[in-house]
Design a protein around this ligand. Structure first.
Ligand SMILES: *Cc1c(COP(=O)(O)O)cnc(C)c1O
Length: 392
């Protein structure tokens, strides 16, 4: 099977060392005490990426499992939960909360902008009786990035637990779980972490655990029960058999991130240079502020069908980019420059391929996007440019 460059906002490219790690012999993870140590150390290293001393767990399902597990574990019948919604994933939290019989209250905001802190504060001054609140770090379908460094401390001031979907940001955006008071943060293996799909990462604060322990009713799920994972190490008991190979691969991917001292700067530089090139070419970005460093979302020019454009790009240039879904279906195209895709060579080739394809469908770019991108990169990051230009 021919696999193109997957320049999508997840799943992302998986590096060779991660692929090799996934092929080593498996132990019996339920019985081998050394595997409990390996798992624990993997969680500790993830804690370094998240800047937290909170408990970290790796669950065996992709990001959605982490989102549902947070809601299942915290929600009791009738609990009021605040859903901060300025995008598709933001709104989506409400479904999980309702499944576990919570009462959803929305804070709805414009989907082209990051959450405005002053507006949120004004809202909370009037109503703050919530058990927890949910917010998305980078809402991938639109690419809007919310400033959780401000949102979560504000919520905590009102005594509200904070749940953050950072699936599309963890590993590509700065994330300071302890400093920012994030009770539960959720990540996924297949986005910036750049391991294959299949695992979700959650960090859980003491406050979150004690809220679960003080429930009046039991958690209404086994697979989504975070409390079941609390004492796995002391008890030498996993709630279910962990996918050993996935975790071997994840460990390697996490080490790649920890070794890569420039990773966050590179994401930033690539994202701002992509925006620069795209705008200079005469294209429009979807959001008006709150730009994510992990994905660039571009409006499809009038008269072009996004699926035809993407098909042409893949057929002729071997690059896959993404469309979007929900209310954005057909409206935007998305370039994922996260994790292993946050490489100058890959993004510059992607912009070249996009330009050729746009021009094939009659949209004339006002500049050479690929060169614009590389020039912008060079201007912003002279020192690191040479070392990181070619993908490793
Ligand atoms: C990808 C993603 C998820 C998880 O969805 P998957 O089904 O694992 O792809 C959740 N939230 C956000 C913001 C995401 O980008």
């Amino acid at each position: 099977m021919r696999i193109p460059y997957i320049m999508t906002p997840g799943p992302t490219e998986v590096s060779e060392n991660v692929r090799i790690a996934r092929s080593i012999r498996c132990t019996n993870p339920d019985l081998d005490n050394k595997f409990y140590d390996f798992y624990k150390e993997t969680c500790n290293r993830l804690g370094k990426v998240l800047n937290t001393k909170n408990e970290v767990r790796v669950l065996c399902g992709e990001g959605i499992l982490g989102l549902e597990a947070a809601c299942a574990s915290l929600t009791e019948k009738g609990d009021r939960v605040l859903v901060i919604d300025n995008g598709i994933f933001g709104e989506g939290f409400a479904d999980f909360i309702r499944l576990y019989c919570g009462k959803v209250v929305f804070f709805k905001a414009d989907r082209k902008h990051a959450i405005n802190i002053e507006d949120l504060k004004e809202f909370l001054d009037k109503d703050n009786d919530f058990k927890y609140a949910t917010v998305v770090h980078c809402d991938t379908p639109s690419g809007v990035l919310n400033d959780i460094s401000k949102i979560c401390p504000l919520l905590k001031k009102y005594g509200i637990l904070t749940v953050v979907d950072s699936v599309a940001a963890m590993g590509g955006e700065n994330l300071e779980v302890d400093k920012w008071n994030i009770d539960i943060v959720i990540g996924g293996s297949q986005k910036c972490i750049s391991a294959p799909p299949g695992l979700t990462i959650v960090s859980i604060s003491k406050d979150a655990f004690s809220s679960m322990e003080n429930r009046k009713s039991p958690i209404g799920s086994f697979y989504c029960n975070l409390l079941a994972w609390k004492n796995y190490y002391e008890d030498k008991w996993f709630p279910y058999t962990p996918p050993v190979s996935d975790i071997y691969g994840l460990r390697e991917a996490v080490d790649n991130i920890l070794k890569d001292k420039e990773i966050l700067n590179r994401h930033k530089n690539i994202a701002s240079s992509t925006r620069y090139a795209v705008r200079k070419a005469g294209l429009d970005l979807y959001t008006e502020d709150g730009y994510s460093s992990t994905v660039t979302v571009i409006q499809v020019p009038d008269g072009i069908q996004d699926n035809k454009l993407r098909e042409y790009m893949e057929e002729n240039y071997d690059v896959m980019i993404a469309g979007s879904f929900g209310y954005l279906k057909g409206e935007v195209i998305r370039i994922g420059h996260m994790g292993e895709n946050a490489r100058y060579d890959k993004v510059s080739y992607t912009l070249y391929a996009l330009q050729q394809s746009l021009e094939k469908f009659g949209f004339k770019c006002a500049c050479d996007m690929s060169s614009c991108f590389l020039n912008s990169v060079k201007n912003t990051e002279n020192n690191h440019y040479k070392h990181n230009l070619v993908c490793q």
